[in-house]
Write a protein that binds this ligand. Structure first.
Ligand code: G3I
Length: 284
């Protein structure tokens, strides 16, 4: 915790799983914050997502009106609990599939895209002072997915609902990250819509381990490029890493054989990635 609590190292943190629906409302109407209550300055994540939903949400037979009430109750309780502590909230997460179609979910099946405006409106009501974000991965390369995410922002805006930001999760692979200029271009597609952007879950994994010295250097250069892209865009407000030490990571469970995606090694030593990010920030 010494690293996490050191303001020179981390400006804000995300409770990785503790604010998700299966943690905060495991049974209907019964709220628990034991896993999310950690430290005061938070990027808060996430309210409306197809994954990590408790079974009562997944298997309920909902009408629009009952599910709207369930969404509003969930958002008002969870955001209400953290009022004043969150710089931003990921109101909706991963609503677009990798091929650019709308992602199937209990929310999309019930409302079409209407669940988005319902959720962002509920977010504003619950905490008018936090930034309300749409958050997704694979937005970092121009293509069908960011195209649809642009449309998503426009749908929310046209419905008269508030949306303040778009989070680029940026779960990337060493050696195949977008170039500094191509990432800048896609970030600017969103700031042109009047929302801010941020890299919200940055990690850059090695596809095979152990990583060679040259792969570690490449990883450092890749991190530096992503941070530089954000610095190049006026409306890019920050970069958050989705874990900081290779000792603890979501990556190997999801991508077998891959890992070491962070900026400190397993012994909490600073990697070339830490040094290259630090140099970019120092030169700013
Ligand atoms: O809590 C249970 C524990 O009781 C059980 O014994 C154990 C056995 O599998 O599982 C534990 O739950 C795991 C949970 O993390 C907490 O550790 C789940 O299996 C596991 O699937 C879950 O993974 C999380 C993943 O989201 C789920 O989709 C990762 O930690 C978390 O880093 C990851 O985060 C997501 C972001 O929310 C959205 N963007 C992508 C990112 C990476 O997938």
């Amino acid at each position: 915790m010494a690293i996490v609590n050191n303001k020179n190292e981390m400006g804000q943190v995300v409770p990785e799983n503790g604010q998700k629906w299966d943690s905060t409302e495991p049974s209907r109407g019964s709220f628990s914050y034991s896993q999310g209550d950690i430290v005061p300055l938070l990027r808060c994540h996430t309210l409306i997502w197809y994954s990590q939903l408790p079974s009562w949400v997944l298997s309920g037979s909902w009408t629009r009106s009952t599910l709207q009430s369930v969404i509003e109750t969930h958002i008002s309780n969870v955001m209400g609990h953290y009022v004043g502590q969150c710089y931003a909230w990921d109101v909706a997460n991963e609503a677009v599939a990798d091929d650019g179609n709308w992602r199937d979910s209990v929310f999309y099946r019930t409302f079409g895209t209407g669940f988005l405006a319902i959720s962002f409106n509920a977010g504003q009501k619950a905490d008018p002072n936090t930034k309300l974000y749409y958050n997704d991965y694979n937005l970092e390369y121009n293509g069908a997915k960011p195209d649809r995410a642009v449309e998503l922002v426009q749908i929310v805006q046209k419905a008269g609902a508030p949306i303040d930001g778009v989070g680029f999760q940026a779960h990337l692979i060493v050696g195949s990250t977008p170039s500094r200029s191509s990432l800048t271009t896609v970030l600017k597609r969103f700031t042109a819509l009047g929302v801010e952007v941020a890299c919200t879950e940055l990690d850059i994994r090695h596809s095979s381990l152990p990583a060679s010295a040259s792969a570690l250097t490449t990883q450092g250069n890749n991190f530096a490029n992503v941070v530089s892209s954000c610095l190049d865009v006026a409306g890019c407000v920050g970069v958050t890493v989705w874990g900081f030490t290779d000792k603890y990571s979501w990556v190997p469970e999801t991508f077998s054989g891959a890992g070491d995606a962070f900026i400190y090694d397993k012994n909490l030593g600073k990697k070339p990635s830490w040094t290259s990010i630090s140099s970019v920030l120092a030169a700013k």
